[in-house]
Design a protein around this ligand. Structure first.
Ligand SMILES: Nc1ncnc2c1ncn2[C@@H]1O[C@H](COP(=O)(O)OP(=O)(O)OP(=O)(O)O)[C@@H](O)[C@H]1O
Length: 257
């Protein structure tokens, strides 16, 4: 049994006078600790798929199973992080990172200590009494990641979490996030438009074809890259070869849409 199963998922959005088929027969088995990226043209259903895994949308057909158990509503086993940090501006960083634990009624001395440890690992120890507006974009995303991780979810869903950051901050954050995810053995589903980021972070890359979103190809990132940090992966010759392969595939999908 796979850790996470996306079992023949279809999704259609119905409006008063139209129907948009967003996803068609997405079937994927994911192992614990795997890092999977989804790449594909705009509108191919990447966010819809993450929302289904998060239990925010019920698929028209198909199911998501986590360790054999069907997910049909929001679950504390799943943490969702978006492009925007969605920190509450009127709360301090400490208050923000403890919100998830409070909502889940899991806030106690031990969970608070763990959240603070994560804050330290993200280099934000000295900023716990600051407000989000006093932090840079990269620092806010790190705080948002601490908030997501502090409830100890089994799966992390990341929807373009670095896309609003400048390139240098993004590279630094990729390394930090990869290290943290490995340390805590999280299973990750990342949606991105950035081929380099997908290669640098993932074990497997799922290419989705557009309208309706279907699995077009699944590429396994070679071991020689997977053992490197994202930053060092980007310097390796195999990285550029894989980048070109994916670029051509996506170009083909765009021109044949
Ligand atoms: N709430 C909705 N109602 C109707 N159609 C929707 C809704 N949300 C998304 N869609 C449609 O479903 C399709 C998939 O959208 P989705 O946002 O999942 O794609 P995406 O791959 O994440 O796009 P992008 O890369 O641009 O963020 C698109 O055609 C979109 O217009």
């Amino acid at each position: 049994m796979a850790f996470l199963t996306l079992h023949h998922i279809h999704h259609t959005y119905f409006t008063k006078d139209s129907a948009t088929i967003a996803l068609k027969d997405i079937h994927l088995l994911i192992e614990e600790g795997e890092f999977i990226s989804f790449l594909g043209p705009s509108g191919c259903g990447k966010t819809t798929l993450l929302s289904i895994v998060a239990g925010l949308i019920s698929p028209t057909k198909g199911d998501v199973f986590l360790q054999g158990k069907r997910i049909d509503k929001e679950s504390s086993s799943i943490g969702y992080m978006l492009q925007q940090d969605y920190l509450f501006p009127w709360k301090t960083i400490e208050e923000n990172i403890l919100i998830g634990l409070k909502i889940l009624k899991q806030l106690n001395a031990q969970t608070k200590q763990q959240a603070k440890k994560l804050l330290g690992e993200m280099g934000l120890e000295e900023f716990e009494h600051y407000y989000p507006r006093q932090l840079s974009g990269g620092m806010r995303q790190r705080a948002a990641l601490v908030r997501t991780l502090s409830t100890n979810p089994k799966i992390l869903l990341l929807d373009e979490p670095f896309s609003a950051l400048d390139f240098q901050t993004k590279l630094k954050l990729e390394d930090l996030v990869a290290e943290t995810i490995k340390k805590y053995r999280k299973t990750v589903l990342l949606v991105t438009h950035d081929i380099g980021e997908a290669i640098a972070m993932s074990d497997r890359i799922v290419l989705l074809s557009p309208k309706p979103g279907k699995i077009y190809k699944i590429l396994t990132v070679p071991e020689v890259l997977r053992i490197l940090s994202p930053f060092h992966t980007r310097q390796h010759s195999t990285f550029s070869q894989l980048f070109q392969t994916i670029w051509k595939e996506l170009d083909h999908l765009e021109t044949n849409r």
